[in-house]
Design a protein around this ligand. Structure first.
Ligand code: SF4
Length: 247
């Protein structure tokens, strides 16, 4: 267990040094992407830790702790980045606290530059209603970009089985917008594999998952879904928005 760390996004730079150039990183991706396409998730994380050292982090939305658990078994003490938008369900914050208390990870909670109250004052109340893309840009995309400035590579829990938007998610890819290597160790995992890993390893799961929320984001933009419905249909329900802009 490590001490809690919460930072506003703009305070996060400078923790790590000695980053590679974008050209070097793209070169790495072109070789490793094909080599690791069929590798087990543990091997993909091992490669990332061996290649990037402490310039590699794992991100987690705290819907479950599968990726954080897996990474902690490969590299105890690894950085796990959680974006606290200020709009999370209490259960999500509770899952974050439980992960920090029970897994050997260095949990970093990153907050937007503005609090919700400050954002309301500048952009008008409830920006998630009037301009959700802008709200996500301020509360998710910008904080993640700032946080990742300290790393060359980041791991996400993206899986191809989640939604049609993600069926081509590479195991090792180049995130051109961020200029970072994006690692998706679970990309090939099915829902059954995730459930088996959770059961076999006693992995923490956000209790909302068992209460009709198979995909969990901020409370204003997440609804319960009926059994059998598209798991992500509860996100920004009733709008054409399907992603927050991070991926
Ligand atoms: S998911 Fe909703 S509340 Fe959260 S940052 Fe995006 S628009 Fe804002």
């Amino acid at each position: 267990m490590t001490a809690a760390t919460t930072r506003r996004a703009h305070e996060f730079r400078g923790t790590h040094t000695d980053n590679r150039s974008p050209e070097e990183l793209r070169e790495l991706v072109s070789h490793a992407g094909a080599e690791l396409e069929l590798a087990p998730a543990e091997h993909i994380i091992e490669w990332a830790v061996a290649t990037f050292g402490d310039r590699f982090c794992v991100t987690s939305s705290m819907a479950d702790a599968v990726l954080a658990h897996l990474a902690s078994t490969v590299a105890p003490g690894i950085d796990v980045v959680f974006l606290d938008t200020g709009y999370h369900f209490a259960e999500t914050i509770g899952t974050r606290d439980a992960v920090e208390a029970t897994l050997p990870v260095n949990l970093l909670t990153i907050e937007p530059v503005q609090s919700v109250a400050e954002q309301d004052a500048e952009h008008g109340e409830d920006l998630y209603k009037t301009d959700p893309d802008r709200c996500c840009a301020l509360r998710k995309v910008a904080p993640l970009t700032e946080a990742l400035a300290s790393y060359d590579a980041w791991a996400t829990g993206l899986r191809r089985a989640e939604t049609h938007n993600r069926v081509i998610a590479p195991v090792i890819g180049w995130d051109a917008r961020k200029g970072k290597v994006k690692v998706s160790p679970l990309a090939r995992w099915s829902d059954d594999q995730v459930e088996r890993y959770i059961a076999d390893n006693g992995v923490l799961v956000n209790p909302l998952v068992y209460d009709g929320y198979p995909s969990i984001g901020c409370w204003p933009c997440t609804r319960r879904v009926a059994p059998g419905d598209d798991p992500r249909s509860g996100r920004w329900a009733g709008t054409t928005k399907t992603e927050c802009g991070i991926h």
